[in-house]
Design a protein around this ligand. Sequence first.
Ligand SMILES: [Zn+2]
Length: 434
Amino acid sequence: MKSLKKLFFLLIIIGLISAAVLYFRDTKPPQVSLTPGSGPVSQKSKLLLALNDDGMGLKHLEVKVLQGNNQLSLVERDFPAQTGVADIDLDLSSLRLEDGGIQIEVLVTDQSIYHLGKGNSQREVYSLTYDTRAPVISILSKAHNFTKGGSGLVTFSLNEDVATAGVRFAEHFFPAYRQEAGYYACLFAYPYDAKESEFVPRVVAVDLAGNERQAGIYYRANEKTFRQRKINISKNFLAQKTPEFETLVPGVSDPLEIFLHVNREIREKNRKKLAELGHKTSATPLWNGAFMRQPQAATLAQFADNRTYYHEDKVIDKTVHWGHDLASVAQAEIIAENSGEVIWSEYLGIYGQCVVIDHGLGLQSLYAHMSQVSVKPGDMVTKGQVIGRSGATGMAGGDHLHLGILVSGVPVQPIEWWDKSWLYNNIDSKLNID
Ligand SMILES: [Zn+2]
């Protein structure tokens, strides 16, 4: 009888201990995070609610949106047993909200029996701004005249802060940069390879809540035809260039195959690199008047020459020449054609040893095939300053300078930028630069 009592007592103790273990097993509330958890949102915003319970799992969730005296239920759900994590998309488009401040209240409980069986709960309140109004765009600049392969500028003002602003057409986007006076300036190109029907530039602005507005601009686009050029890739040229290109094309030994790989794949890779550099730019203009053409240099090849390559009388390749080739004497001094910041000074495939100078608003100049370079990234250079000497590195048969002008990575016609009155009428006067 005594031992039975003892056993009974022991069972009670074990029961109490297990109950206590169970009761105190999970005393931590679930964790809640909302992205974005502050700032502006719209009916199109994607809000992600991330829940996580390390203990016995999530049980119940309630999300409400509060605005003024309104309390709107957004989500209410129970979780299946052992749900440790849950990612929930919140969609505000189903609610009738007015523009202005909102609060998102998240209440979540777990499966624990702590707090007399109610479990642990977590309440978080996020304050956001509901904004469904797209920015208002006012175009400030008047005439926008473009020639195929050339550049132009539009200026505009916006009534609110934006996440992105610029000019868009077809697959192209040219970013705009906010100026100290408060307006935006966007330098863009009528790319040589864009179809006439594709070139319908529009100003686009997207605010911080994701609301987008587009505005048309008055523009005139002039067509231009470019030259056809034959280039003979001789055995001598291949013999001269193969040692340099071999390192760029490992595993290939045939000189013509090496040349074609460089002229296609490496050329394409280099173009992508320049497009990437195009965004590494000053938000304000660094140039100072018209670009300065290399002194005493004759033109060897022009911008957008359509090149057909022959080898032993057979067509082997086609490219477009994205710059202007200039030559004077061998190892001629090369000058920065305008003021700016050096953002690249190293070997770059077909361009050989090359320098890229940023002039602001996405405008950049490229100096290729150099034999010597005397500047490094971060250097500020002034118009006319010597930056190195000409050479024949990269895809060059003889000593010359390949000069490229780019707008947000898109190659454009250099002659416009050498022309003082074109520059004033189309660019500088719109930026109030004398
Ligand atoms: Zn060239």
